[in-house]
Design a protein around this ligand. Sequence first.
Ligand code: AMP
Length: 583
Amino acid sequence: MIVGIDLGTTNSLIGRIEKGRPRLVLGPDGKALVPSVVTFTPEGPIVGAPAKDNKSSSPKTTIYSAKRFIGRGKADIAEAMKHLPFDFSPSTDNSVRFQVCERSYTPVEISSLVLKELKRLAEKEFGEKVEKAVVTVPAYFDDSQRQATKLAGEIAGLEVMRIVNEPTAACLAYGLDKKAHGLLAVFDLGGGTFDISLLRVHEGVFEVLATNGDTQLGGDDLDLAVLQGLGFSPQTPEEKARHLVEAERAKRDLSEKESTELLGKPLTRAQFESFIAPVLARVEEPCRQCLQDAKIKPEQITDVILVGGSTRVPLVQRRVQEIFRREPICTLNPDEVVAMGAAVQANILDGQMTGMLLLDVIPLSIGIETMGGVVSRILHRNSTIPVSGVEHFSTYVDGQTNVDIHVVQGERELSKDNRSLARFQLKGLPPLPAGIPKLEVEFIIDANGILNVRAAELRTGKTASVTVNPSYGLTDQEVEKMLMDSFENADKDFSERFLIEAKTEAEGMLRATRKALSRGSELLSSEERMEIDSAVAALEGSLSSADYKVVKEKMEFLNQASQSFAEKLMNHSVQEALRGKDL
Ligand code: AMP
């Protein structure tokens, strides 16, 4: 049996398909939602609803929203850390750890405790062992966040058969009832993350066309915005925790009612909407970008599906309607639809369900750094997975025996502006002249969206391989900023890239020319020699220029000046060869 799991920021769910229908496991309180909260007691950790009840009374020992931190580095989440009542351990490295009394826990460990509890509940409900699962993640999770999620599953004793993107899973759940067809937009706003995906669904094939999002935007931010809007600034951990719990309650009230009160102050829906409007404005750009990437106009979309608890907020629904110009559908419970879809995917993998095929995509491009810090992109964002790509390179210096390979993820032209995923070395190459070794780098993204890189030198068969295993991933602001920057700075990036490429090419040309001059200068008249020397000097001089066009122009000069020399050298070589001499 393979189960489907929605590991959420706020709540998690587990279920499977029975007689062709999803069946979600109900918690002790009779609800399918298990709060993704862990409270540490002297008797051990407690997970779920009882832990959630401890949020206000034991704020220092009750950990939640671990998903916001999974696969992240400290530098990425400084802002999110500030508003939470529990402590982060002062580790010297970049890893995020929650400090609970004497011990510290990583987000992976907290998530694994939540997964373990889900596994326990499912085993009790189904009366058999649960060892295999499909786990969902936000579509916009990067490689390290996916790897960290998979690891949490493994720690909980679950073999993670597949990582599926949440919006895609939601779409599968709708597909089960044959309700989904045509072009679908899935708008997923949960407790901590926002995803937008566009899919084409036709005869059981679910093809993701594009995806975008913000992994640091969700209902938690709405709670904070309300507290700040009303002028609350809690100081103690107890106060912080109580304020957040109350703000969340008031927010839910306002999904049904026109007014409520929060910590003794009256709060109307209109006020609430004015506080959260700036936060919700952040959904617009990812939606626009996603439509643009999929080359789809809002009018072409058949249906918009709502997913995630925060889509119950009336202003969220109005924004969705404005962006996509149609009323969104939410016939399936937005809290449960992702878990149902995970169960569908589990059933497909189990070989039980045929006639349905899922074609998902990667959210960000992957490439490697080449000479001068320029990125050679090997896999483009929104490529259907599994996918692999190969790129060929050579060495730059004579006798080079090691090559450093730097893998980056992002959309910018220069390596320094993207997220560094991993560095590894291809060692022990035979010392050959520059340009002779044939290096092949292959990037393989599996069906889980997880990256593997392999590199080999083809002449010698020397290989190196790495599983990309970074200590942290991209922050969403970074992802978003990187995407935005790549559009805003496109011109600047390109001219920087051209300059670096032109200089690299020019240096190679100068080296080749010097080498040729040292071998065959007797073939040249003094006039020809002078002309070449001055073109060489001009090209050398252009290397300090900031304009790639100047470098290109001087390269062309040298090219022309040395053309007849090149022909003479060639003829000379041919004659020598005909005479049987070794060149
Ligand atoms: P999810 O991650 O999909 O479980 O979504 C959880 C988020 O949805 C939390 O931020 C909740 O506060 C929010 N949420 C759940 N129900 C409602 C509701 N009725 N109105 C507004 N927000 C809600």
